[in-house]
Design a protein around this ligand. Sequence first.
Ligand code: URA
Length: 241
Amino acid sequence: MNTRRRQILKELDLAPLWHLKSETSKQNKSTQQTTARDLMFPPDPAKDSKPCEEIQQMNWDQLKLTVSHCTACLLSQTRTHTVFGVGDENADWLFVGEGPGAREDATGEPFVGQAGKLLDQMLAAIGLERGHHVYITNIVKCRPPNNRNPSSNEAHQCEPYLTRQIELIKPKLIIALGKVAAQNLLGCEDSISSLRGKLYDYSGIPLIVTYHPAYLLRALPEKAKAWKDLCFARSTMQSLL
Ligand code: URA
């Protein structure tokens, strides 16, 4: 780790987060050497419980910086940019997608491709606008290659970041966009069709499931069901305000 990075981490109160492998295991000192890989890929903050606890104490800047350097899973090796999330950091509405696609990986912003355009239309349909009382993020912050679903390990490694985002935002309502978001947030393997139309509880926050906009682009007849979900979400929010 270079001096500048060490200094930045220190200023952000993150300095103890990453250790060289050679510093963490004194008993193996004689056999351990600091390799270039150690320097480029510091140990994962999400992998052991102490850094995970540290993530739960982070402010926005600390969390963003930590995500931008995350190497917790192999997605970090193929990403161009991490895609942290965007919007009102005190939003009433939190929309959670699956993971970045190609456009998102290239720009670092969630839902900027075709699915993003449809998401913006879905927001507009219930009087919402990206960035105004709305925050948008994903289950995983790095693009799964070829737009495959994130593995359960990848989602698990990324979970502390989303958990902390939710704690900081304190949304009134969470909308899970699609099966991957719904299953990870609810900790289940149920089908999207069986999860729709009900109100769930995510750590005390109401949660509603609807289709992922990318799926709706392929299955236009399902748009009517998504519209129903959005009306349900809007009336739920009205009852919460
Ligand atoms: N699909 C997602 O789930 N998230 C994005 O950010 C873009 C496409």
